[in-house]
Write a protein that binds this ligand. Structure first.
Ligand code: NDP
Length: 485
């Protein structure tokens, strides 16, 4: 069956448009390789025009003077509209990005929570009074930054868009967002729902197109007051360099090579189950993937046998099939990239435990699938041991002491997320204190709520998304002193 190719537009100042060039690009279903949509290829002029619109809207009375409570209500209403379109949005995410429908539904649920969390917070963002002298009243105002540019990646197109759009709107900014070229569709839906929820025209503008054109134009525009980026460390570094020219603040959530550490006293079955979940969810395309598994020598062999067994039972297939447990990679390029990492692991002398190839099933041959893969005998000097693979490839290491595992876990340029498995609370806390990671889960993995700060140490980023700490990245402080004498 051939899919009907659907045409999309992007959204500026409350209007759907083809943009300045009328050129388009195609989207392919990652499960089949078929073209199913065509989207406008935005230009530098489109990005600049959208920024101008966002600037005008920022200072217009219908946004600047809107009561915080009303802004919050719009976000709460947006949550309601998304809930009414739950299934449609989840299906679109899976069709475009490839992830299993169960995961896409979890992303939609997370998106609703994010808009509702920030909707509730909108009228609780406060300044402070500061004691100085008896004849002076000093206080701070928390003001929005102005126009914020949001560069969204392709691994969680919907949830990561919501993670930064919701706080930006709650704090009173106006937005130009650029989804990844590969996965723009669910963000375009959010725009449609936001209009239904009552968001004024010009507040949320979305331009589709490439990072090298639209993304670059946004981050170099001196009218942009804040840049919110999630993606690779290399692109984050380039963005920071460009932003420095205009002294524009950046919030960067970048790559990871995250340790997941299991001690012998941990709940064995749960740890095995979650080690799989930590790497094969979203086909491993996650900054917070548990891509380096550290097993204590006492349990190493038994754990690996069980892990291999469980991994080989994983149902790999199209995301829209309810039975699928792991879907395709997002694109042919990513599939090739992962297969190259696997090849390099084999060439460097790592031992392939399972996977390492595309699936044999002929019905999957046109999609971008790679079997869930496990390597042992990995060294941190190997490419697969130190680089962010961003695919379904787990590297497993053996350790014998606490000191050794801390050293191994921290032996990476990244510091985003980590997991620790033990029933010994004192040991858990000792490890937590010494791990160089911004987020740590104990006896758990892949847990993040809109209210829990999320951000990286080292090359994994700057700043925190989620939670009250994020308010600081979406606002600036005005310090006011009134002489009362
Ligand atoms: P990028 O970091 O290049 O892409 C992320 C976003 O940035 C996309 O929207 C992209 O646009 C945009 N972008 C790219 N270049 C620029 C630029 N110069 N200025 C502004 N925006 C830009 O990741 P890739 O898609 O190239 O993926 C490569 C690798 O990055 C992955 O394999 C993975 O290792 C890592 N990655 C990490 C993510 C994370 O969550 N930490 C998310 C995505 C990737 P467009 O795609 O349209 O060109």
């Amino acid at each position: 069956m051939t899919l009907q190719v659907q045409g999309y537009k992007f959204f500026v100042d409350g209007k759907w448009t083809d943009g300045a060039s009328s050129e388009t690009f195609e989207l392919r279903n990652p499960a089949t390789g078929e073209v199913f949509a065509r989207v406008p290829r935005g230009t530098k002029d489109d990005a600049n025009e959208a920024t101008e619109v966002a600037r005008k809207t920022f200072v217009s009375p219908n946004w600047r003077d809107m009561e915080q409570t009303k802004r919050g209500k719009i976000l709460l209403q947006l949550g309601t509209v998304i809930r009414q379109n739950f299934e449609e949005l989840a299906k679109l995410e899976t069709l475009n990005q490839g992830k299993p429908i169960r995961e896409a539904k979890a992303d939609v649920a997370w998106t609703i929570r994010a808009f509702e969390y920030w909707g509730g917070l909108a009228d609780k963002i406060e300044g402070e009074t500061i004691p100085v002298t008896s004849n002076r009243l000093t206080y701070t105002l928390r003001e929005p930054l102005g126009v914020t540019a949001h560069i969204i990646p392709w691994n969680y197109p919907l949830a990561l868009a919501a993670r930064s759009l919701a706080p930006a709107l709650a704090t009173g900014n106006t937005i130009v967002a650029k989804p990844a070229e590969l996965t723009p569709l669910t963000l375009l839906k959010i725009v449609e729902y936001a209009q239904k929820a009552g968001l004024p025209n010009g507040v949320l503008n979305v331009i589709t197109g490439s990072g090298s054109v639209v993304g670059r134009a946004l981050v170099s525009n001196s009218d942009v007051d804040g840049i919110m980026f999630t993606g690779s460390t290399e692109t984050g570094q380039q963005i920071m360099e460009t932003a420095a020219k205009n002294v524009t603040p950046v919030l960067l959530e970048l790559g990871g090579k995250n340790p997941n550490i299991v001690f012998p006293d941990a709940n064995f079955e749960k740890a095995v189950q979650m080690a799989k979940y930590a790497i094969f969810t979203n086909a491993g395309q996650m900054c917070w993937a548990g891509s380096r598994l550290f097993l204590h020598e006492e349990i190493f062999d038994k754990f690996l046998v069980e892990l291999k067994k469980g991994t080989e039972l994983l149902q790999v297939g199209p995301g829209l099939d309810e039975k699928t447990e792991m879907g395709p990679l997002v694109s042919r390029d990513q599939q090739e990239r992962i297969l190259n990492y696997i090849k390099s692991g084999q060439e460097d002398g790592a031992r392939l435990v399972t996977g390492g190839a595309i699936p044999e099933d002929p019905t999957l041959k046109n999609g971008y699938f790679v079997k869930p893969t496990i390597f042992t005998d990995v060294k941190s000097s190997m490419k697969i041991g130190c680089e962010e693979i961003f695919g379904p490839v787990l590297t497993v290491f053996k350790f014998s002491s606490v000191e050794q595992v801390i050293e191994m876990a921290n032996d990476t340029q990244f510091g985003l997320y980590a997991g620790v498995w033990t029933n010994n609370l004192r040991l858990a806390q000792q490890i937590v204190n010494r791990l160089e990671a911004g987020v740590v889960a104990v006896n758990d993995y892949l847990v993040a709520y809109p209210q829990t700060p999320f951000g990286g140490y080292k090359d994994s980023g700057i700043g925190y998304e989620n939670g009250l700490q994020a308010i600081g990245h979406y606002t600036r402080i005005k310090s006011v002193t009134v002489n009362t004498s």
